[in-house]
Design a protein around this ligand. Structure first.
Ligand code: UT7
Length: 315
């Protein structure tokens, strides 16, 4: 896709920051921004087409499309139906799922329930964000962190009893809503000249407070999932946490005692892509041949809400 790569050097020309600060505090060296004419559904549709072709499916085979995003194309209708139309997935039901950075884990969890009940056979789960349209490029505490991207997965019933989702967990705590939010654009503060002048349509974040919750919630989730399956961290082949900050990933990995070669990180070249972060990691792992049938995979996420969760699965 023709999106732009924004390096830390480029960021230095936008806000008062430095490559040294961004790299040492976050591990981020570059992030991608959508260009004019690209938006959430175009990103999502490109990722969906790749997932469909890898699964040897046609759009009309899809029963359900779940689009996890906090960056809809527009307030109404859902981005999921716009993706459905772009794909030509006539048979599918489609809805958006708003769980911020945990959106993909939430989406996979919902999809796996529909597969378990037998209601649906082929479900498309997309994690997609175009956060560059929501960040305030005068706020150095947020604009250096976030990037745009999309990733998608097809969820189907496994014919091999040893493969598939082993355990899932999703949680939230709305008391933390004021820690990461966009005040304007909804029913509470509808768009107005005042709301625009007051920069109410941009992301506001108390990064410090979120950091601690992130580490604790991802560690707890991982332990709960492993305990539930009577497994230990040594049974895991790959640990894929939400990519928010390299220091968060390192802290969670250290607390869990997972060896570093099992921890996947791509934040250096993606930044924090929210709901897209885990599926982009999965795509890179598949492409590089590290994620193959039988791999035991642990994914954990957290994000605005706060929401958090995890999935333990055998690929
Ligand atoms: O996906 C979920 C969403 N978000 C997150 O997970 C974010 C979690 N939090 C974090 O990743 C980190 O808290 C941040 C990367 C956001 C911030 O790192 P920090 O080590 O917690 O820094 P801080 O907020 O305590 O700020 C330290 C200093 C401040 O200056 P003073 O007050 O000490 O003089 C900031 O003004 O760093 C300053 N600062 C910057 N300096 C240069 C903040 N942003 C920047 C910047 N460039 N971009």
């Amino acid at each position: 896709m023709p999106e732009r790569v924004i390096t830390n050097d480029a960021m230095e020309k936008i806000v008062e920051t430095s490559d040294e600060w961004i790299t040492s505090r976050t591990g981020i060296r570059a992030r991608h921004h959508a260009v004019e004419g690209e938006y959430t559904s175009t990103f999502a549709t490109a990722a969906a087409r790749l997932a469909l072709s890898r699964a040897n499916l046609k759009p009309e085979d899809l029963d359900l499309i779940i689009c996890a995003t906090v960056c809809p194309d527009q307030a109404l209708p859902s981005t999921a139906v716009l993706i459905q139309s772009q794909l030509g997935a006539k048979k599918a039901a489609a809805f958006d799922l708003v769980a911020a950075c945990s959106g993909f884990v939430y989406g996979l969890t919902v999809a796996s329930q529909f597969i378990s009940t037998g209601l649906y056979q082929n479900i498309l789960v997309i994690g997609v964000e175009v956060l560059s349209r929501y960040v305030d490029f005068t706020d150095r505490t947020t604009c250096v962190l976030f990037g745009d991207g999309a990733g998608a997965a097809i969820v189907q019933r496994s014919t091999d009893a040893n493969r598939g989702v082993l355990a899932t967990r999703i949680q939230s705590d709305g008391d933390f809503a004021p820690v990461l939010y966009i005040p304007g654009g909804g029913t509470k503060i509808p768009a107005s000249h005042d709301s625009v002048d007051g920069r109410q349509h941009f992301i506001k974040m108390k990064g410090n407070e979120l950091f601690k919750v992130a580490v604790r919630s991802m560690e707890d989730t991982a332990r709960q999932l492993l305990d539930e399956q009577k497994m230990t961290i040594n049974d895991i082949d790959l640990f894929v946490p939400h990519q928010a900050n390299q220091r968060i990933t390192d802290a969670v990995a250290e607390r869990l005692g997972v060896s570093l070669e099992k921890v996947y990180s791509n934040i250096a070249h993606t930044g924090n892509t929210s709901a897209a972060s885990i599926p982009i990691c999965l795509d890179e792992l598949v492409e590089s041949g590290r994620l193959t049938p039988g791999t035991t995979l642990l994914m954990t996420s957290f994000g605005a809400g706060v929401t958090w969760g995890g999935i333990l699965m055998r690929w």
